[in-house]
Write a protein of this length. Structure first.
Length: 293
C-alpha cells in the first residue's frame, strides 16, 4: 500500500484506570497497587501511536457529555489527533479498570457506556475527508449495539475509495467466526493476534491465515514473543521475530503494533520493514505502564 492521505481510526475512546498490583488479589480483601489514570480505548491507543509515527490521524468515536470525555478529547487533540466525536447525552464516557499483575499480564473490567451506542450517523463525510485509509477496531464490530456503525464505516470507506483494515481485537467475542468473516469481507488487511486467528480458523499456525484470503486481501498476525507474520494475497508468508523488551504492562501492545504496521504500510515500505515497524512499537508499548506512547 502507498498513499499520501492520513488514517481514520474508528474505535473506542475513554478512561483507563490501570492498577499494577503486587500479588494475587484476595477475594473480599485488600492489596497494595500502583494506580495510574490515562486516556484509553483501542481506537484512541492506535490513533496516538500513529501520531507518534507522524501519521495524520482522525479518530471517530462517541463520548459522554462529562468531564472524562472532555479530558480525553483534550489530551488527544493536544497530541495532534483530529477528533470527530459524537457526544452522547445519556451515557457516560467509556471506562476500563485494568488490573496488571507482576508478569505484566492484564485483566480488564470494561464499561462500554457511550461507545455501546456508537451509531451509523456518527460516521460523517467530514470524518473521512483527506484520508486514504480507514482502520476499524473489532470491539465496535463485535458488540451488537455498535455493529451497524462498524459496517457503515467500512461501507463509507469503500464508497470514498479508502483502503481498510480491521483488528478483530477480542478472541472471546468471536462466537460466530463465519458471521465475523462475512462482515469483514472485502477488507484489505485483517490484523488478528494468535488467539483471534485460532478463533477464526481453529489453528494458531500462520499458515491457517491463508484460509482468510477468501474474505480479505491480506493478513498480518501478531504472536507476541513469537514475532509477527504477513500473508499476502498469493499466500506467501513473511515472518519476523519479536523485538526484545521487558514486559511491564501488555495493555495496548496490539494497538501499538497495528499503528506501526499501518504507518509503514502507508509509506509503501517492504513487508519485512512493515512487520518490524509493528514489532518495534509493540515492544515500546509493553515496556511501560499504560497503553499509549
Amino acid at each position: 500500500m502507498s498513499g499520501n492521505g492520513g488514517i481514520v481510526v474508528v474505535g473506542d475512546v475513554g478512561l483507563d484506570v490501570v492498577a499494577r498490583h503486587e500479588g494475587p488479589i484476595p477475594h473480599g480483601g485488600d492489596i497494595r497497587a500502583k494506580v495510574h489514570f490515562t486516556s484509553g480505548g483501542a481506537g484512541a491507543n492506535t490513533a496516538l501511536w500513529l501520531r507518534a509515527e507522524e501519521v495524520e490521524t482522525t479518530l471517530v468515536a462517541r463520548i459522554g457529555d462529562d468531564s472524562g470525555g472532555r479530558m480525553v478529547k483534550s489530551e488527544l487533540e493536544a497530541a495532534g489527533v483530529r477528533c470527530e466525536f459524537a457526544v452522547d447525552p445519556e451515557e457516560p464516557t467509556f471506562c476500563v479498570v485494568v488490573l496488571v499483575d507482576g508478569a505484566g499480564e492484564r485483566s480488564m473490567l470494561a464499561d462500554r457506556a457511550a461507545n455501546a451506542r456508537f451509531s451509523p450517523s456518527d460516521i460523517t463525510e467530514q470524518a473521512l475527508r483527506g484520508a486514504s485509509h480507514l482502520h476499524l477496531s473489532g470491539y465496535v464490530l463485535l458488540y451488537p449495539s455498535s455493529r451497524p456503525a462498524a459496517l457503515a464505516s467500512l461501507a463509507a470507506a469503500k464508497k470514498a475509495g479508502l483502503t481498510t483494515s480491521v483488528d478483530p481485537q477480542a478472541a472471546t467475542l468471536i462466537t460466530d467466526p463465519a458471521a465475523f468473516l462475512d462482515d469483514v469481507r472485502g477488507v484489505d488487511l485483517l490484523m488478528p493476534n494468535t488467539s483471534e486467528l485460532v478463533a477464526l480458523t481453529g489453528s494458531s499456525d500462520p499458515e491457517a491465515a491463508k484460509e482468510l484470503l477468501d474474505y480479505v486481501g491480506e493478513v498480518v498476525v501478531t504472536a507476541g514473543l513469537d514475532g509477527a507474520s504477513w500473508v499476502d494475497a498469493s499466500g506467501t508468508i513473511t515472518s519476523v521475530p519479536s523485538q526484545p523488551a521487558e514486559c511491564v504492562d501488555s495493555t495496548g501492545a496490539g494497538d501499538a503494533f497495528d499503528a506501526g504496521v499501518l504507518a509503514a504500510w502507508l509509506r509503501g515500505e517492504s513487508t519485512v520493514e512493515v512487520l518490524r515497524a509493528g514489532t518495534r512499537l509493540g515492544a515500546r508499548a509493553v515496556a511501560k505502564v499504560g497503553p499509549q506512547p
